[in-house]
Design a binder for this molecule. Structure first.
Ligand code: PLP
Length: 368
């Protein structure tokens, strides 16, 4: 049995007729940017998240960057980011000229830890930028309380958490604004790059609407030095086809995660994902930890099972931040996680039998 870590073809096959119809609708309209499909998707996605505004943009990185720009966060400012996570979150801060301040994560959930973040706040701190990593939200109750106490802005990185809940409230509506990615492999993925900002702040929403389009809402009236970061009509139309299926697809991921948690309980040195009582994750990834990662990966590969590491290099040790002077040992937990995490196959089109096979092969590995 071949079990790929990721295969996007079955999702396309499931929705083939609707995607083809969306493609034809946009092609025949002759209108490819800032049109009716984008407007409709923005309405539908805001309703799904529970914010009053959604602004479609070109990708997840620029969604985060546009929010920081709109808030006037830039040189001399600091933004607290998780030390363990994807580098895009840090790059959004770097690209507006501000300084990402890494914070070790909560060891049980791998998410930004409010207690540790509190110790990093300085007079220059402007915002908290938690990632809802692997599809589970950070503890937003604690982070929002910390932010309120210090007058900080809270920007969620919602790239991996479409549909995830924190205390029953949806990812994307848990802070002042959220940057969302619809990169093809995300829980809600377009067929190319795409992203969005969600917020219930009308002033911020209006500014981002300008900033994504050269700082202009009325043609040739440019209010701000903006970017070109638009979500095109074709991708908006595809996302409108997929959005109504998100909840069911997330349910399938949840069933598979439950199966993994059962099938791998107490096996070897595996550390399984921890889900706090207030969290309802959407399992963008199913990530285990082990001190025998390379050997386990090799064993699974030999049996046709794909795995991946999210992420092997912590951002502070990546070439992109060489000039910042961070070195090995600065963020030991992030470095340890980078050495130990392993993502197992999970997606709405994986089957229970496939998960059972992965679990059986992992148990076999630890028996040897
Ligand atoms: C995918 C991802 C991004 C970036 O999204 P793009 O659309 O690829 O720019 C940012 N943050 C996290 C946590 C991601 O997983």
């Amino acid at each position: 049995m071949k079990i790929p870590i990721l295969d996007l073809k079955p999702a396309t096959a499931e929705l083939r007729a609707e995607l083809d119809a969306a493609y034809r609708r946009v092609m025949d309209s002759g209108w490819f940017l800032l049109g009716p499909e984008l407007e409709a998707f923005e309405r539908e996605y805001a309703a799904n998240v529970g914010t009053t505004h959604c602004i479609g943009v070109a990708n997840g990185l620029e969604a985060l960057q546009l929010v920081l720009m709109a808030r006037g966060i830039g040189p001399g400012d600091e933004v607290i980011v998780p030390a363990h996570g994807y580098i895009a979150t840090w790059l959004a801060v770097t690209h507006v000229g501000a300084k990402p301040v890494p914070c070790e994560c909560d060891e049980a959930t791998y998410n930004l830890d409010a207690g540790r973040a509190a110790g990093l706040i300085t007079p220059r701190t402007r915002a908290l930028l938690p990632i809802h990593l692997y599809g589970q939200t950070a503890d937003m109750t604690a982070l929002n309380a910390l932010a309120a106490k210090h007058g900080l802005f809270v920007l969620e990185d919602g790239a991996q958490s479409h549909g995830a809940l924190c205390q029953g409230r949806a990812s994307g509506a848990l802070g002042h604004a959220a940057g969302i990615s619809f990169y093809p492999s995300k829980n809600l993925g377009a067929l190319a790059d795409a992203g969005a900002v969600t917020t219930s702040d009308p002033v911020l929403a209006d500014k981002i609407r300008h900033l994504r389009n050269y700082g202009s809402k009325v043609r040739y009236q440019n209010e701000y030095p903006g970017m070109n970061s638009r979500l095109d009509e074709m991708q908006a139309a595809f996302l409108r086809v997929k959005l109504p299926h998100l909840a069911a697809w997330n349910r399938r991921r949840r069933d598979l995660a439950a199966r993994y948690l059962q099938g791998l309980a107490g096996v070897g040195d595996l550390v399984l994902p921890h889900v706090p009582a207030w969290a309802e994750p959407v399992w963008h990834l199913f990530v285990v930890r082990t001190g025998h990662r390379a050997a386990l990966q090799k064993h699974l590969e030999a049996h046709g099972i794909g795995t991946q590491v999210h992420y092997p290099v912590p951002p502070h040790l990546s070439g992109a931040y060489r000039a910042s002077g961070w070195k090995r040992g600065d963020f030991p937990l992030a470095e340890k996680l980078a050495d130990e995490v392993l993502s197992l196959p999970i997606g709405p089109h994986h089957t229970g039998a496939q998960v059972d096979e992965v679990c059986a092969r992992i148990r076999e590995f630890y028996r040897k």
